[in-house]
Write a protein that binds this ligand. Structure first.
Ligand SMILES: [Cu+2]
Length: 153
């Protein structure tokens, strides 16, 4: 009897472990225990300033980031209601249950910057902003801007 329940327990454990692996399929190497995500500040939103969906621009061009309902702070800040901007270029949103990667497609503004200058190849590009907490982990629910498509001449 005792052995049976132990076996059932182990089976349940291995089942939930494989379910977790499946769910994390697209994530970069994630810690075994899920990261506790910071609840999004109430009403927080981020948006582009000075550039909008459908715009045609010439490189290099300036992109500014707006935020309402949250305070922009450098990475590392654990103050409630703070976060920093991330600019996602030509990419879907990265996995939301882990720190955002840093790459050519995901730029961190960890000093609390609210604007940047971009140089992109001629053609169509998508841009999206995501606010994440001081650990670079997306809020729950995510605080993201509209994904805009621009054309670089
Ligand atoms: Cu970051």
């Amino acid at each position: 009897m005792k052995h049976q329940s132990l076996a059932a327990c182990l089976l349940a454990l291995s089942l939930s472990a494989s379910a977790a692996v499946y769910a994390a399929d697209t994530a970069s190497p994630a810690p075994a225990a899920a990261l506790a995500r910071t609840p999004a500040p109430a009403g927080a939103k981020v948006y582009f300033v000075g550039i909008k969906d459908g715009d045609t621009v010439t490189s290099p061009f300036k992109v500014s980031f707006g935020a309402d309902g949250a305070t922009i702070a450098p990475a590392g800040s654990t103050d409630a209601g703070t976060g920093h901007h991330h600019l996602i270029i030509d990419s879907a949103l990265p996995p939301q249950d882990a720190p955002l990667p840093a790459s050519e497609q995901v730029k961190h503004f960890g000093k609390g910057q609210t604007e940047t200058e971009l140089t992109l190849a001629p053609g169509k590009h998508t841009l999206q902003l995501e606010l994440a907490d001081g650990r670079h982990v997306p809020f729950d629910p995510p605080v993201v801007s509209q994904k805009i498509t621009i054309t670089v001449k």
